[in-house]
Design a protein around this ligand. Sequence first.
Ligand code: NAD
Length: 285
Amino acid sequence: MLRDSQNEVLGTPKILMSKLFNLSDEVAVVIGGTGGLGGAMADALAEAGAKVAVVGRNPERGAQRVAEIKAAGGSAIFQAADALNKDSVVAARDSIQGQLGTTTVLINAAGGNHPDATLPPGADYCKLPLDAWRQVFDLNLVGGVLLPSQVFGESMVSAGKGSIINIASMSGMIPLSRVVAYSAAKAAVINLTQFLAREWATTGVRVNAISPGFFPAEQNRALLYNEDGSLSERGSQIIGHTPMARFGKPDELGGVAVWLASAAAASFVTGQNIVVDGGFSSVTI
Ligand SMILES: NC(=O)c1ccc[n+]([C@@H]2O[C@H](COP(=O)([O-])OP(=O)(O)OC[C@H]3O[C@@H](n4cnc5c(N)ncnc54)[C@H](O)[C@@H]3O)[C@@H](O)[C@H]2O)c1
């Protein structure tokens, strides 16, 4: 009989394909589920059967997302929280777990850039304002990963089960021009993902990242499009460099999110950074 190095019999009971992407046993928290990409991933998790908590600072947007999920037959609640405030994240966790049960999936989708941390064309890097740099690092690293992974990770480790999915960025692997603080912060998100994956590897908690390429959303629309709706110079450059010759659509992150969330489909996947960018990072000119 075949045995692996830990003397376990190889060949676990076969998992039915129809069960691989079934999340009906999961409670999924999507921080930043009020936004474009987090919202689309919340939709996908709910469609796969998860009970979803949409977390963010804007109750109107949260209520709208919850209503859309329910209208599509899913189960969702909204929970207000500020990811940059540990007390607020703890209160959110306790409220969600009181209503839905122990969180088993956490998507960290709160993040973004700050206009003052983007260098205008030709601007001097040496004059980049420190305040803006700190805000970008705080949002993407502290609120975007550190605090939520501490607060929700603690209960996942106690429960011996969980999947944490951090939303990094293609620019965390290859620094894009001008968005210097954002790229460096997202590189740190990828690094922290790998650290946590190793830290919790034997606890039943997996930690992975998704790195989207360019998906038009509220925070980057002005960078990609002109006011008349035509592509900006930067938007054209990006599409010109993308083998699939288009931007991504938020729904195109749903499949990866459901796969990484699934304890059956991604059972041996941890510490990975899954890039969804239409091929942008795979080519050079
Ligand atoms: N849109 C893209 O092209 C793109 C590309 C790569 C990575 N990303 C990353 O994907 C994630 C989601 O981005 P998006 O494009 O959906 O942006 P978005 O602005 O639509 O969504 C971000 C959401 O996070 C919320 N948020 C911000 N600060 C928060 C805080 N302190 N506490 C709680 N919620 C907070 C915002 O209110 C918003 O609802 C971000 O981490 C972003 O950096 C986006």
